[in-house]
Design a protein around this ligand. Sequence first.
Ligand code: NBP
Length: 484
Amino acid sequence: MKKLADIGLIGLAVMGENLVLNMESHGYTVAVYNRTVAKVDKFVDGRGAGKKFIGAHSIEELCATLERPRKVMMLVKAGDPVDHFIDLVLPHLEPGDIIIDGGNSHFPDTIRRTKYVENKGMLYIGTGVSGGEEGALKGPSIMPGGSPDAWPHVKEIFQSIAAKVESGEACCDWVGEGGAGHFVKMVHNGIEYGDMQIITEAYQLMKELLGMSNDDMHEVFKKWNTGFLDSYLIEITRDILGYKDENGEETVDFILDTAGQKGTGKWTGISALDLGIPLTLIGESVFARCLSAQKDLRVKASKVISGPQAEFKGDKQQFIDDLESALLGAKIISYAQGYNLMMEAASEHGWNLNYGGIALMWRGGCIIRSVFLGDIKKAFDNNPELPNLLLDPFFKEKVEQAQAGWRRVCATAVENGIPVPAMTSALTYFDGFRSERLPANLLQAQRDYFGAHTYERVDKPRGEFFHTNWTGRGGDTASSTYNA
Ligand code: NBP
């Protein structure tokens, strides 16, 4: 065994254990430490037995076993524990050493921590790691940001343990300064919420409107997984619908219909509101989880409020094909909106994001991995300045092809009283996005009427503001103009 370790890890839980096993299997020596120190020996003598691990029983010991520049990675519960460990580690580091947070930290915390650690002379990386337990062990998607000078020192380790696409490229590259890595991971999680929501909407329509069995739906997802929708989430949905327990019961039918969430979808929605970006599909996906969690209230309402009786009269196979189009159309909108958010954040925070590179990072290893992301990479390779995915010729054509079926699905769902918030909000966004003129002229008139907020005119240059005394009773004083 080498005398010094290539990297140190704090946090031997699900992610930490599997990630260090992955590093070790790629030839690295890893020093490990955990708050509950007993877990160190348990790991080194258990899953880590006979491997290149150095068990450390204190932070001081951990730092003393590391090659320089020291690299200390934390995979601990997001929030205060990260700040706590930064302060414990810093006194044992030297200028140029690197602290890495691989947890699901909120990007403003990472911006703050990068500045804090840099001010002490050390370097900081905040990185998203996606793929759960299996990904951590076999190859996750890794999205690092923070101090650019730190990247050359961790690049080889990170890229060797990351998932690889067919061409051999690693699903890991430098994202950008400060909180860029955690921001991109946050948007990844938001997109994950959206992909999951549209799949559940297709499931509900097949189940309640078409009256399909889980086995029938399993077959549909199996087929979809061979086409443009080929992705990890379609694949696991196929498997969940085909799963039967030891008594032959279909487990999915016994699961309570209240969705949990840990907050990254909500953060994505809040960030979109803060930046003024119409991230409608992800927003609806977060709210759909909130509504599902109001189970008791929904049960009460279901007893007293009536709606249409769902009844399907059309061609069933045609409707299943339309559902595939609806999933495709909505998914394209979701990614277009997610990229729109990243572009705005990049401009706000001064990040130089590589949008094709981000698609490549998400192409393998992570929960939203899909064939589709390869096409997004191509779109940004063809035009790195692409302002919106819907303006890429390939995606424009795909979404135009999908829209007829997608519209039929939304109309049928609405007529039959089956909720499809993500599919319909995406379609509405699409119609708004392709509209040269929206009814905001009337809205501006209303604002000017009650609050003298002023408006611009179609027959005058942009930037000139007008106020009308609509009632003849108001004065001529206009309110100051601002954009929220
Ligand atoms: P957890 O999020 O459950 O964190 C466990 C680790 O945090 C243990 O080392 C634990 O020490 C330490 N810890 C806790 Br809990 N509270 C602490 C405190 N107050 N002070 C110091 N240390 C504390 O582990 P995980 O599921 O492996 O996730 C690690 C990070 O990776 C999290 O940020 C998570 O959001 C993120 N992540 C998780 C997944 C996943 O699939 N699980 C996927 C992607 C990202 P102890 O052993 O002494 O209790």
